[in-house]
Design a protein around this ligand. Structure first.
Ligand SMILES: [Zn+2]
Length: 308
């Protein structure tokens, strides 16, 4: 009887799979006995990846798991939960959202009875813009996610603070920098593991998105990360990083900022400034063509606001 049940269940699952392609597999990278990076595809959301594009991290504590970043939909959240269940039988009891962008937080809707941690500003932005992010992923994947809703944090921390917390027996530093990639970033540092989970303040092999950022603060935050000198960094997107690779991203951004500022002071507009910049280090990154124009424009507007 049990076998028959399993047989019919798998038939049903197979039928369901026809409706939407299966989610891309989670690439599990073991950092140490209790910290696992769950790396998502280095892609923009589309109908093939179903919006699964983000890196998450599972921190296995005494009696439960802390999951950092939950994906773009409830389906991605459940997909990550299944990946965690293959590593440990302990339940996910805590979630951290590194910022309010949908690819990092809409998957919260897959989890019940969990403490959700973010910065205060992130919580407000989830409440304000959460449904816009749902629309973004529905447009990108050309389908609906009726079970995905924005679920804001239940525990928040103020801007420009670092708070030591022990959760599930694991020492964490909940680090809310001055608004960098977004007005409400939160990073998680594990001092005993020397691992930093950076959200999109660090991304690897991919062009960062400046749209909601404060670039000057962001460069300052990158300097603080370099000073912290973590052994392993789980970036928001792309493969694991070292501090040396964080230095490279900081330098790229600082050079770009200086170039835009110099052009502004000569009275050039952003299109003219672009021609003066050496973008050879940027051209190597994924989504250069999609994002670079907007990034230079964001930098220009920030320089302009500063010099007004
Ligand atoms: Zn992201």
């Amino acid at each position: 009887m049990k076998r028959l049940l399993i047989f019919f269940t798998s038939l049903l699952l197979a039928a369901a799979a026809v409706a939407a392609p299966p989610l891309p597999e989670v690439e599990v990278v073991k950092i140490n006995e209790r910290v696992y990076a769950l790396l998502g595809p280095l892609e923009l959301p589309n109908k093939y990846n179903q919006g699964y594009t983000v890196n998450s991290t599972a921190i296995i504590g005494d009696r439960g798991v802390i999951l950092v970043d939950t994906g773009f939909t409830d389906e991605v959240g459940a997909h990550l939960a299944r990946a965690v269940a293959k590593i440990t039988s302990k339940p996910i009891t805590h979630i951290v959202n590194t910022h309010n962008h949908g690819d990092h937080m809409l998957g919260n809707s897959a989890f019940k009875n969990v403490e959700i941690i973010s910065s205060e500003a992130c919580k407000e932005l989830v409440e304000k813009t959460g449904y816009e992010w749902l629309e973004t992923v529905e447009n990108a994947t050309k389908r609906k996610f009726p079970n995905t809703t924005p679920v804001p944090a239940t525990l928040t921390f103020k801007a420009d603070t670092r708070t030591d917390r022990t959760i599930q027996g694991v020492k964490l530093v909940l680090w809310v920098p001055k608004g960098s990639h977004t007005p409400g970033d939160m990073m998680v540092y594990l001092p005993d593991d020397n691992v930093l989970i950076s959200g999109d303040i660090l991304v690897h092999n991919i062009t960062p998105n400046f749209r909601d950022g404060k670039i000057k603060n962001w460069i300052g935050t990158l300097e603080q990360i370099v000073a912290l000198n973590p052994k392993t960094i789980v970036p928001g997107h792309g493969p694991l990083m070292t501090t040396a690779q964080a230095v490279a991203m900081k330098n790229r951004m600082a050079t770009l900022w200086a170039g835009v500022e110099a052009g502004y002071k000569k009275g050039l507009n952003d299109a003219e400034i672009r021609k003066t910049l050496d973008l050879s280090e940027w051209e190597k990154l994924h989504y250069f063509d999609d994002l670079m124009g907007g990034d230079i424009n964001s930098a220009y507007l920030e320089v302009e606001a500063e010099n007004f």
